[in-house]
Design a protein around this ligand. Structure first.
Ligand SMILES: Cc1cc2nc3c(=O)[nH]c(=O)nc-3n(C[C@H](O)[C@H](O)[C@H](O)COP(=O)(O)OP(=O)(O)OC[C@H]3O[C@@H](n4cnc5c(N)ncnc54)[C@H](O)[C@@H]3O)c2cc1C
Length: 494
């Protein structure tokens, strides 16, 4: 048995994206001690990669009501209306406070905020920073806003929640550099582990995003919600079938148009909003052309000063040999965002005492069946603040739980590539009822107990634990997809 070190850390946050940093920076205002553990380096997260921006009803012709309606419409009205109302009505003040703390969003020559446009928004309401470098700028500002009360431990992979009988008292983690295992004992444990993008072969997501949070929460007895709703982004830079990063929807908001090899505009008769239709609609159309063997491009020839407006997209294209000057960027859809996750209130409360969830790993129901573009950075900021306020007003007392490590060991596992290929085949952009059932059976062959229960994480290497988490999350998604009878939003059944 390997030796386990113990650390007591009051408030523990797993992950270092916008959800985690938003909670941390708010808690700093109350001098709370916080420990953040993260799998890679601190900026390795989807938040740093975000391009388009943050949606907020701050422009003169906008209102929380309009933002509410667009969010509900994109989510096919399966959204939790109260959560949406909280998000859109708190948003303006949260963004103004963030600006006051030092965040610089792009402004016009008169000093007014610039508002960009993205799919399914009826008006321009996306604030951005550094053109399409919004995510990185936001993460850097949040890191500047935290004080020495917050300790960030890097290369520390959470393996298993320390949980029993509906209570959580921290997490077991392993340092990928030293191999040292630590039991972080906490009064309050916050899951901020992001989405599931790496379950698919083509994704916009960071390499660390393998669905660990959902798998750990499931093993701890957490309720999960809406797992079947996975948003595919229509425009990943794709060359010879391989995806190399995202081409933000803001490019279409600025006048980019999807065309096929013959130059036909593919969204012309598909939806009244054409290229700015909701993401699921655009992704399905691009995918249908792709399956027919057609190449799809984003025609950017009408966008002036493209490289200045979209420095990140320009950089990704240059790095991978896509010539911006040709006026066409080759694109295909890729897994982007998970609407489902750990069932939580807008304050992050889950059904497990002492365990909270925030950001993409949480499912408050705010996104319904399909997230409105640029609502997720906003979710991290707004619900992160609500969670911090809740903890300040309701001090938590950790349960007395000793970590228990079962002896269950894993058998032969598939490779990550095999899991990704099965996810795309069985649970991709267009789904079929029989495939979803097949997927459940395929996953179950790799579960030692048939229900993806706890294993001996201490004597299992990190790569195998990631694979086990991917299998667990894939299996849970397959079961949720098979249970949802109607075809709706991102769960499109043919
Ligand atoms: C390319 C791209 C562009 C996007 N553009 C936009 C946009 O313009 N606007 C918008 O609103 N949204 C955008 N999104 C979505 C948005 O960025 C994410 O939904 C949001 O950043 C999620 O924040 P988070 O804090 O929940 O998770 P993340 O930022 O993904 O952070 C999760 C953290 O958890 C860590 N972690 C995972 N597993 C473990 C583990 N086992 N142990 C320890 N740590 C772990 C990860 O390493 C990471 O640090 C974009 C996403 C991508 C990928």
């Amino acid at each position: 048995m390997k030796k386990i070190a113990y650390k007591n850390c009051g408030i523990l946050i797993i992950g270092s994206g916008i959800g985690a940093l938003s909670v941390s920076s708010e808690l700093c205002k109350f001098h709370k001690k916080v420990t953040v553990i993260t799998k890679g380096l601190r900026k390795a997260c989807n938040s740093s990669l975000a391009q388009g921006g943050i949606s907020v009803a701050l422009s003169e012709n906008d209102s929380a009501k309009l933002h509410f309606e667009d969010t509900m419409e994109a989510g096919c009205n399966l959204n939790d209306a109260d959560a949406v109302m909280k998000l859109v009505s708190e948003a303006p003040q949260v963004i103004l406070d963030f600006i006051k703390s030092g965040m610089e969003f792009d402004r016009d020559e008169n000093g007014a905020l610039c508002f960009g446009r993205e799919g399914a928004h009826r008006i321009n309401r996306i604030v951005h920073a550094g053109g399409d470098r919004t995510g990185l700028r936001v993460v850097e500002q949040l890191l500047r806003n935290i004080t020495s009360d917050v300790t960030i431990e890097q290369n520390e992979m959470a393996l298993e929640l320390i949980a029993r009988d509906g209570k959580c008292a921290g997490v077991l983690a392993r340092n990928s550099k030293t191999g040292e295992i630590t039991a972080y004992k906490a009064d309050c444990t916050i899951l901020a582990t992001g989405g599931i993008g790496q379950l698919y072969p083509s994704t916009s997501n960071d390499a660390t995003i393998t669905g660990d949070g959902i798998a750990m929460a499931y093993r701890a007895g957490c309720r999960l919600k809406n797992l079947e709703f996975i948003q595919f982004h229509p425009t990943m830079l794709t060359i010879d079938g391989k995806a190399y990063g995202l081409v933000s929807e803001a490019v279409r908001g600025a006048g980019g148009v999807l065309i096929n090899d013959r130059g036909d505009k593919i969204m012309e008769n598909v939806h009244p909003m054409k290229d700015l239709a909701p993401r699921d609609v655009v992704a399905r159309e691009v995918y249908a052309h792709y399956l027919k063997g057609e190449k799809i491009y984003l025609d950017i020839s009408a966008i002036e000063d493209f490289s200045e407006k979209f420095p990140t997209v320009t950089q990704i294209c240059e790095e991978h040999g896509a010539d911006i000057k040709s006026g066409k960027i080759p694109v295909a859809p890729g897994a982007h965002f998970h609407m489902g996750g750990v069932e939580a209130t807008t304050e992050g409360i889950t059904n497990i005492e002492g365990l909270f969830a925030v950001g993409e790993t949480a499912c408050t129901g705010v996104h319904g069946a399909n997230r409105l573009a640029s609502n997720s950075l906003l979710e991290g900021l707004v619900f992160g603040k609500l969670l911090a306020d809740y903890i300040v007003n309701n001090p938590q007392k950790g349960a007395d739980i000793t970590p228990e490590i079962p002896e269950t060991r894993l058998g032969k596992l598939p490779s990550k590539a095999e899991i990704q290929s099965k996810m795309m085949e069985f649970l991709g952009i267009v789904r079929h009822s029989e495939d979803m059932k097949k997927a459940i059976g395929w996953f179950e062959q790799f579960s030692p107990d048939g229900k993806f229960g706890r294993i001996d994480v201490v004597n299992t290497d990190d790569e195998s634990i990631e694979i086990y988490n991917m299998l667990t999350t894939g299996w849970l998604i397959a079961k949720a997809a098979a249970e949802r009878k109607e075809s709706v939003g991102a769960h499109y059944v043919e």
